[in-house]
Design a protein around this ligand. Structure first.
Ligand code: DX5
Ligand code: ZN
Length: 220
């Protein structure tokens, strides 16, 4: 798998999501930010909305759960049609069991780290994960400034993934734009979430193409 771009609809028009998703036809995934007002101070979608989105697009859904108790709630998102489900390790009681459950329900299993959560303690979990998400802002809102302090962790994660067989995708999310995507790609990320960069562009699909070109050039 090469570089993948997964626009976040968090900054799209919620009243017209079917049309908004149709504006990013060349994306690899649609990134859906699920927030519960507990794990993060913001509230967005639930499984019913994910189900409706899945019906409205051919693009696979990359669901990012920023919720408490993902052990209990994650399976409903696989059921709703998500192709990939990401839970936060800070919220999960049993991350290995949860990743296995997501996989056996038929989706890709992914685990996210907040900016202050180190990756090293989770090195042995990598074979259980189809993707690792290194957050590059504090989760909760779109449009925040990229945190450069996360770059060493992206490099470290790439190194650990290489040692564990190299199968796990490495996603970055938060403040990713034409200004920051090269740094992430150089550090070893291969899946890029971009919310405001895509949905504030006049032509969101052209922005997807530009982001992809910039990441591919930087990844070499
Ligand atoms: C933040 C979300 C992100 C957000 C990204 O908590 O997880 O997916 O939508 O938006 P930008 O790209 O604007 O930082
Ligand atoms: Zn996200």
């Amino acid at each position: 798998m090469g570089i993948q771009i997964t626009p976040s609809i968090l900054n799209a028009d919620f009243a017209d999501l079917g049309r908004e998703v149709a504006r990013i036809g060349s994306a690899d995934w649609v990134h859906v930010d699920v927030m519960d007002n507990h794990f993060v101070p913001n509230l967005t979608f639930g499984p019913t909305m994910v189900e409706a989105l899945a019906r409205s697009t051919d693009l696979p859904l990359d669901v990012h759960l920023m919720i408490d108790d993902p052990d209990r709630h994650a399976p409903a998102y696989v059921e709703a049609g998500a192709g990939s489900v990401t839970f936060h390790v800070e919220a999960a009681a049993a991350p290995v069991r949860l990743a296995r459950e997501i996989r056996s329900a038929g989706a890709r299993a992914s685990m996210a780290l907040r900016p202050a959560t180190p990756v090293d303690p989770y090195a042995d979990l990598l074979p259980e994960l189809d993707m690792l998400l290194v957050m590059t802002v504090e989760p909760g809102f779109g449009g925040q400034r990229f945190l450069d302090l996360c770059l060493p962790k992206i490099r470290r994660a790439r190194d650990l993934i290489g040692r564990s067989g190299g199968q796990t995708w490495l996603q970055v999310d938060g403040g990713v734009s034409l200004e920051t995507i090269e740094r992430c790609a150089e550090a070893g990320a291969d899946v890029f979430v971009a919310g405001s960069a895509v949905y504030t562009a006049d032509d969101p699909d052209a922005m997807v193409a530009s982001l992809r070109a910039a990441a591919e050039a930087a990844a070499g």
